[in-house]
Design a protein around this ligand. Sequence first.
Ligand code: MG
Length: 386
Amino acid sequence: MMNIVILGSTGSIGTQTLDIVRSRGDIRVVGLGAGRNIELLEKQIREFHPQYACVAEEEAARELTIRVADTDTQVLSGVKGMEALAAEPTAHTVVGAIVGIAGLRPSLAAVRTGKRLALANKETLVAAGDIMRRELQISGAELIPVDSEHSAVFQCLEAVAQTRRSAEVKRIILTASGGPFAGKTREELRDITPAVALRHPNWDMGAKITIDSATLMNKGLEVLEAAQLFCVSAEKIDVVIHRQSIIHSMIELTDGAVLAQMGVPDMKLPIQYALTYPKRMPMTDNTLDLAAIGSLTFEKPDMETFRPLALAYEAAKTGHTMPCVLNGANEAAVSLFLQNKIKFLRIGDLLAQVMQNHHIILNPTLEDIFEADQWAREQVLALTNQ
Ligand code: MG
């Protein structure tokens, strides 16, 4: 039996992780953490009987406590509760699928207690990658990526490591579906509404990441995440638009050989691999039918229209607090867009402005990171007169 904790259990990654738990029978859920969807969390508690559940919002936590009073599950709340779940001694693996920088403290707690962290929250590594890496070294915890692109790169690197340890990676090539607006001009994107931007062609994800996908910020965050995860500079990470989302990412070796990991666009394989690594376990219903797909296409990303991707490369080059500021500003800007308070293209423009206004803090501490994040959010609100 493998004991796991799922943080963000009511989201897209969380529910798919529970699908895997349901189908396998050798995984026990000891903790579930969610933001505010207590309806679904209650159902999950009744099905999986975790020892602990945590709700980020205090009021929702109080309500859940009453609702599940007849069960053995103890309800915790807030960031402290999430940290306690992440550090739960009986858990071997923590699935980190909380959205945004809210995932940072729980991720750190999991790493500090030497667990395997199956990480789907990219903001953790973007905002505080250096700190995370230091903590990983100290505790010896394992960090396995769940994001499909990073899982693909990880799987390719594993394949190389098993055959030729000396093989050197020249380049990482992250694929991007391009989101719903690939190929569109700025003019065509001027009046995009949240409802339209939320319709992603290939992947079914939460609202924040779907908007990030439409602006290509998601790919920008993934570049920053990959740089930290695989210890390479962002200059060695390329992005290619691959609309079919069949190749999940690639590595290029020194001799020019390119290894790709392919599969149907479904998060279950990367989630399961992060849980069972280094073992590979059977999966059903995910056979890739290449003939049915017909062709795979590749294009250069348009970084002028999709400015956030260019800004992510810039933030990677600057380093220190800049990636965290870019991320914080983006979380605030996306939230304003989803509330219909700013236009779609304004997201990228705001990010550029906030980055320009930022005086970087060298070698930031965790406190510096949270301050920079807060500053970036306030900047977005000030620039938009909120
Ligand atoms: Mg991804």
